[in-house]
Structures are given as structure tokens and as C-alpha cells.
Design a protein around this ligand. Sequence first.
Ligand code: ZN
Ligand code: ZN
Ligand code: ZN
Ligand code: ZN
Ligand code: ZN
Ligand code: ZN
Ligand code: ZN
Length: 236
Amino acid sequence: MFECSICMDEHLVDDVALVEKCGHKFCRECMTDYIGSKLTENRFPILCPVCQAESDVQDAGFIQRGLVDQLALSQAQYDSWIDLELSQYSVMLDCRKCQSSGFVDSEDYKELQYIYCPLGDCDHVWCKACGQTVGPDQESQKLHSCDGENELNALMEAEGWKNCPGCKTPIERIIGCNHMACGTPGCNMHFCYKCGDSIIRSVLKDEIKGAVNAHFHQTTGKCPLFFIPAEDEGTS
Ligand SMILES: [Zn+2]
Ligand SMILES: [Zn+2]
Ligand SMILES: [Zn+2]
Ligand SMILES: [Zn+2]
Ligand SMILES: [Zn+2]
Ligand SMILES: [Zn+2]
Ligand SMILES: [Zn+2]
């Protein structure tokens, strides 16, 4: 015989609902009612009724699935238990592409930076932080930045663009010459495509010419003027 901590009646041991961690005992009827009321409040995890009443319990007991399985919960109650349990240990994902949702383990989710659609045959991958779609391969994931800066840089790299060192505007290189002149009004920056250095900020033709010639001077300059060195124009 034991005393139920809710109704204070003596019950046969067969009727015990034992909360494992704290060892508090209840009759199954009281425990079923108690869990039922917590479930309607969507409370989860559910504390042992005695431990909950004692506000400073260090090792408070929680109702575990094993105990629930011994009780005569209604199907609706049991379903809502499973839902709450699942939502505690897992995170629901919604895929924009296939419109499906699925669960991943919440511990795994914490570690993830990129989310793969939980549906097997969907190839959608997205960034956990910003939700933007990324490629399924590591290369494109490494490239991803939530503000799009890495992507822009990579595009610039691929397209042969360079930021103007004066105004930071991306400039496309059209001809094979490493001398770049920024077209942004008021910037007037001349810079080197090869090293990215600014050469001169000026509107005076002679001044520009002098600085550009110095940077690209054949022997004393820092960089060659042409991307692919010009073939034999009296240099050999
Ligand atoms: Zn009882
Ligand atoms: Zn307890
Ligand atoms: Zn999907
Ligand atoms: Zn992102
Ligand atoms: Zn500029
Ligand atoms: Zn030029
Ligand atoms: Zn240079």
C-alpha cells in the first residue's frame, strides 16, 4: 500500500504512478487527471505535481513517456502528448520549395548552418539564419553570406569586376587594360585592376597620365598595363 500525494488515499501498489527521478507516488487516477489538465494547457515538459508545488526543488521529477504509457489517457490526450514531446525534442521545418514539413532533432538543428529539406527527394537547401536558398554543395555554402556580400564578391570575381578604391562601386573591366577609371560622378578615381591600388584621384589629364604611366611603367612600375603582356612590340 502507498499513499497518493494528491488524494492522500491509500492505494494498492498495482495502482501506483511513480515519478522515477523524484520518487513521488500517486494513484493512477489522480495522475491521469493531472496530466490531462496539463495537456489542455499545452504545458510541456510536465513536472511531478509534488515537485511543482515545491518551488526550490533541485532535482525535480518530470513525467516521462514510460509513465504515460501505464495510464489510461484518451487517444486525444495521448496524441497531444506525442505532439508536445516531439516539438520539444525536434524542430519543425517547412520547405518553401516542396511545401512539405518535417521534423529534425533539435540537437542536430542547433549544429546546422544549412538546412536540407527533410523530404528525401526534394533538393532544397537553405541557410538557417536568413532562409535564403543555397546550393547543395559545400562550395556554394561556403560562399553564402546572409547579407549577400560574399555572393557579390564572387560574382565580381567571376565577371572581372573590381571595387573602386575611392567610392567602392563595383566597376566592370571592359578592355584588357589594367588601368581603370571610375565612372561614378564626382569620384574621379583611377586605379589598377591588377593590384586594386588607387593610382590617382584627379581630373587633370597630365596629372592622371603621369601617375598612370608611373604605376604601369615597363621597368619601374608596379604592374603591367595589360592583363596579358603585349607580344613583342620592340621590347625584345
Ligand atoms: Zn490519488
Ligand atoms: Zn516529485
Ligand atoms: Zn523540400
Ligand atoms: Zn544566410
Ligand atoms: Zn569611384
Ligand atoms: Zn588605360
Ligand atoms: Zn597595380
